[in-house]
Design a protein around this ligand. Structure first.
Ligand SMILES: NC(=O)c1ccc[n+]([C@@H]2O[C@H](COP(=O)([O-])OP(=O)(O)OC[C@H]3O[C@@H](n4cnc5c(N)ncnc54)[C@H](OP(=O)(O)O)[C@@H]3O)[C@@H](O)[C@H]2O)c1
Length: 349
C-alpha cells in the first residue's frame, strides 16, 4: 500500500487547443487564438485533470494550471500566482507531496519560490529526471555507435547542471560542451567540475556542431535545435517539455537518431480523466519522482532549485524499492514511437 499521496502540476504546452483537448476532448476543437487570449486574461483556477492509479491503487492527482507555455515564460509573476493556487488545491485535497511539471518548475525557480510552504512537500522532480537522463546517456553512449563528445544544452539549468555533474564525476564522456545563453552560471559550473573532465562552455547552439550526442535540457516554448546544428550521424536526447525539437528534425536529418528523454516505464500506471501526452504505462521522470517520494513515505520538501547528488542517490534508491512496479527508463522512443537505437530504425510498437 502506498505510504502517501501526491499532486502533480502541468500546463498547456505550445499547442494550447491540443493540450486542452487532453482535459476534455471537446475543448480541443476551440480555436487556438481563443485560448491564447482567454488563458492569459481570465483568472482561471487550477483544473483537477486526472486521478492517478499505480498498482491498482489511487496514489495521486494531476492538476492543470490553465496558463500556456508562452504565457508562463512571458508573465512569470502571474504564472507563480497560478502555480501557488494549484499547490493550495493540492493541500486542500490532502496530498503529501506536490511535484512541479514542465515550466511550473521553471517559473518558480525550480520550486524555490514555494519553499516557505508547510503542510506539503514540494519537489521539482529534477533529481530523478537527472538520474534517468544520466541512465539514458550511458545507454546511448554504449549502444548507439556514438562517439563520446557530449553537448548539454541548458547545462546551467536545474536538470542540466545535475546531469553535467553526474557525467563529469566518473568521466562517462570524453568531452563535455556546456551550452546556455548566459555564460556566468556555465563558467561557475565548469569551474566546479573535477579537473580531469575536458569541458568547453558556449552561449550559442553552433557549439554542438561536432558533438556526437546532444542532450537538450532547455526551457523554451519553441523549437531551438535545427537540422543545420548537428554533426553527421549525431544522436539527440531531448527531454524538454514543451519540446524544443520539432518532429521535422527527424525527417530532415535521417542520419540523426532522436530519442525522447526523461520517460519512465510504470506498466500499471493509469490516469482516470485527462491524459498528459505520454503512452499508457509511461510517465515523465519528474512525475515519477513525485510518485516515488509519496509512495515511499517521504515528507517535507525534496528537490528545490538544483538537485544535489545526494538527492539523486536517494531517489534512485527509493525507485529501486519500487522496482516491482517498474520505475526505470522506458524503452527508447522518438516522438512516442519505439526506435531501435542500434539500427536507428523504427520498431513495431
Ligand atoms: N521529461 C521530464 O520528466 C522532465 C523533467 C523535468 C524537466 N523537464 C524539462 O527539462 C527542461 C529543463 O528543465 P529545468 O527545470 O532544468 O529548467 P531551467 O532550470 O529553467 O533550465 C533551463 C536551461 O536552459 C537554458 N536555456 C533556456 N533557453 C535557452 C535557449 N534559447 N538557448 C540555450 N539555452 C537556453 C537556461 O539557461 P539560459 O537562460 O542562460 O539560456 C538553463 O540552462 C524543461 O524543458 C523541462 O520542462 C523534463
Amino acid at each position: 500500500m502506498s505510504a502517501g499521496t501526491f499532486a502533480f502540476t502541468v500546463h498547456p504546452r505550445a499547442r494550447l487547443a491540443e493540450d486542452m483537448g487532453r482535459v476534455w476532448k471537446p475543448l480541443g476543437a476551440v480555436p487556438e487564438g481563443f485560448y491564447a487570449t482567454a488563458l492569459r486574461r481570465l483568472p482561471l483556477p487550477p483544473v483537477d485533470m486526472a486521478r492517478v492509479h499505480i498498482g491498482g491503487e489511487q496514489v495521486g492527482r494531476v492538476l492543470l494550471v490553465p496558463f500556456g507555455a508562452r504565457h508562463m515564460l512571458a508573465h512569470v509573476d502571474e504564472a507563480r500566482r497560478r502555480v501557488s493556487q494549484a499547490v493550495d488545491r493540492a493541500v486542500r485535497e490532502g496530498a503529501d507531496v506536490v511535484g512541479l511539471g514542465a515550466l511550473t518548475a521553471t517559473v518558480t525557480a525550480g520550486g524555490l519560490s514555494l519553499r516557505q510552504r508547510t503542510g506539503i512537500g514540494v519537489t521539482n522532480g529534477n533529481a530523478y529526471t537527472a538520474a534517468i537522463i544520466d541512465d539514458q546517456i550511458r545507454m546511448l553512449l554504449d549502444t548507439a555507435a556514438s562517439g563520446r563528445h557530449v553537448a548539454i544544452v541548458g547545462a546551467s539549468g536545474s536538470v542540466g547542471g545535475a546531469v553535467t555533474r553526474l557525467l563529469a564525476a566518473d568521466g562517462a564522456a570524453d568531452r563535455l560542451t556546456l551550452v546556455a545563453r548566459s555564460a556566468p552560471k556555465l563558467r561557475a559550473l565548469a569551474g566546479s567540475l573535477p579537473e580531469t573532465a575536458s569541458v568547453t562552455v558556449a552561449s550559442s547552439l553552433d557549439a554542438v556542431a561536432d558533438a556526437d550526442l546532444v542532450v537538450l535540457l532547455t526551457a523554451s516554448a519553441d523549437a531551438l535545435l535545427h537540422p543545420e546544428h548537428l554533426a553527421p550521424g549525431a544522436v539527440v536526447l531531448d527531454a524538454t517539455q514543451p519540446r524544443n525539437t520539432s518532429p521535422d528534425l527527424a525527417t530532415a536529418r535521417e542520419d540523426v537518431l532522436l530519442v525522447d528523454g526523461g520517460i519512465v516505464a510504470i506498466p500499471s500506471l493509469r490516469l482516470a480523466g485527462g491524459d498528459i501526452g505520454v503512452p499508457p504505462g509511461h510517465a515523465y521522470a519528474c512525475f515519477s519522482e513525485t510518485a516515488i517520494l509519496a509512495m515511499t513515505g517521504h515528507r517535507g520538501h525534496f528537490a528545490l532549485g538544483a538537485p544535489t547528488l545526494a538527492q539523486i542517490a536517494d531517489v534512485r534508491a527509493r525507485a529501486r524499492d519500487l522496482a516491482a512496479l517498474g520505475f526505470a527508463a522506458a524503452a527508447p522512443t522518438c516522438f512516442g514511437r519505439p526506435v531501435d537505437v542500434r539500427t536507428r530504425e523504427a520498431v513495431a510498437a
